[in-house]
Design a protein around this ligand. Structure first.
Ligand SMILES: Cc1cc2nc3c(=O)[nH]c(=O)nc-3n(C[C@H](O)[C@H](O)[C@H](O)COP(=O)(O)OP(=O)(O)OC[C@H]3O[C@@H](n4cnc5c(N)ncnc54)[C@H](O)[C@@H]3O)c2cc1C
Length: 425
């Protein structure tokens, strides 16, 4: 994405709005929803089709802070009917399962409600609101973010078959451009001098969806000698299960039988059995952490995975996106309503303060629960990894025995408080 490009060819179509939002993930769709409630016009542009974004299976844990936001802005009805409230988790290690009660520790909970359900609720709301969402856009570029007249250029095909036919060049003029285009998006590149910081973990998650009732009431996080395993769920009929695998692994190396056997081993507990069912989805996700040095430059602001991603063990990515957008909505409202720029100027600093606390928590959970087999050089390093593993067991034992440590986990897991709630009009 270029920042300033004075010699652009004339567009075929010009659109105008107050806020141009790039990306119709949870961050972009929620921001458009919040702005619409305030009467601030936004246009959302999305690279994928509506069907694609509706089908995407990703996060499933909503912290209480996120649930409070969604309820407050009119998105809580289905969540309250279909979401599963969990008041704790199970931590398993050394062949024993320990319940960690969030309720007892901090009086708070989390909810199991798929990210695709949050997206479905948002799309239903936008259908009612008549929000302009342009799907299947290509070659998106942000321009003039240092001026008072930023704009976004993109292309879309007019024909129903999106691979052929004439291309329409569109210019979307706005007062503010928001990059909510995820980790692989390009909006952040329009911020001159932006720095990025990150970490690649030496393991990945093989995640499966299975048509079988969960064999647990609450999530099980298990550290086993063979690596991490997790039993989560999406509904009373659908289980979500994860296994730590090598980042170089492919799903072809994991036929269903091998997955179930490995889950049986890593989640094994005397007297308990894992129910099996048809596996309907299987994917390997690398585990990485990443954050930008700033989320705001001129008339361009970043939100959600465009600015940061966290390893999924802390279940925080979607929740961080919601927290960003909540803060950004308040800042933009003040800017549009009263011309007060102070909150927008403060947005990046405040959002990143939360991001780095959550990075810390997600990294802590990840390292505590995964085995680093030390195979980077191709040679298993039993001396070091055996030491690490035994130390992790000590850490977990200390955690479950120590109310203050449980309270810290519970506070993070159920969501740090959101300051500056920016009351809607
Ligand atoms: C397997 C997996 C499991 C996860 N589990 C959890 C969990 O349990 N809890 C949790 O909180 N988080 C979890 N996450 C993270 C969570 O899914 C993300 O943090 C969340 O999707 C962030 O939302 P977003 O809107 O910022 O980004 P995205 O959801 O990535 O949305 C960005 C959108 O921008 C679009 N886009 C990209 N580039 C362009 C472009 N150039 N032009 C136009 N549009 C563009 C994309 O198509 C996409 O629709 C998980 C993620 C994965 C992959």
């Amino acid at each position: 994405m270029t920042q300033n490009a004075p010699n652009l060819p004339a567009p075929d179509t010009r659109l105008h709005t107050s806020v141009a939002i790039i990306g119709a993930g949870p961050a972009g769709l929620l921001l458009a929803h919040l702005l619409a409630r305030r009467g601030i016009d936004a246009v959302v542009i999305e690279r994928q089709s509506r069907e694609h974004i509706s089908r995407r299976i990703r996060a499933g844990v909503l912290e209480q802070t996120s649930v409070e936001v969604l309820r407050e802005v009119g998105l809580g009805d289905r969540l309250d009917r279909q979401g599963l409230q969990h008041r704790g988790i199970h931590l398993q290690f050394n062949g024993a399962r320990h319940r960690v009660s969030f309720d007892d520790a901090v009086g708070r909970s989390v909810w199991i409600y798929g990210q695709h359900e949050v997206v479905a609720d948002l799309l239903a709301s936008h259908d009612k609101l008549g929000t302009r969402i342009v799907y299947n856009v290509q070659n998106v570029a942000v321009h003039n973010v240092d001026s008072n007249a930023p704009f976004v250029r993109f292309e879309r095909r007019r024909s129903p078959d999106l691979r052929v036919g004439p291309v329409e060049r569109v210019e979307l003029r706005a007062q503010i451009v928001v990059g909510a285009d995820g980790f692989h998006g390009a909006a952040r590149q329009a911020i001159p001098g932006i720095e990025t910081f990150g970490h690649e973990y030496p393991y990945a998650w093989l995640g499966v969806l299975a048509n079988v009732a969960p064999s647990t009431d609450e999530l099980i996080y298990s550290l086993h000698e063979r690596g991490f395993a997790m039993h989560s769920m999406r509904s009373p009929e659908v289980s979500r299960l994860y296994l730590q695998v090598d980042p170089g692994d492919s799903v072809d190396a994991w036929p269903d039988e091998r997955i179930w056997e490995e889950l049986d081993t890593r989640l094994a507990l005397p007297g308990w059995t894992l129910g099996r069912g048809e596996i309907t989805d299987k994917a390997i996700t690398p585990m990485r952490a990443f954050a930008v040095s700033t989320m705001h430059h001129g008339r361009l602001v970043l939100a959600g995975d465009a600015a940061h991603i966290v390893p999924p063990a802390g279940a925080k990515g979607l929740n961080l996106a919601i927290a960003d957008v909540w803060r950004l909505d308040g800042a933009l409202a003040r800017w549009f309503d009263t011309g007060d720029r102070a909150h927008l100027a403060q947005y990046s600093t405040d959002a990143l303060e939360r991001v780095w606390q959550v990075q810390y928590f997600s990294n802590w959970m990840t390292r505590m629960l995964h085995r680093d087999f030390g195979t980077e050089s191709g040679v298993p390093d039993e001396y070091r990894s055996g030491f690490e593993y035994r130390m992790q067991l000590g850490q977990l034992q200390h955690l479950v025995d120590t109310p203050a440590a449980i309270a810290q986990l519970a506070g993070f897991y159920t969501g740090l408080p959101l300051q500056d709630p920016a009351p809607a009009q």
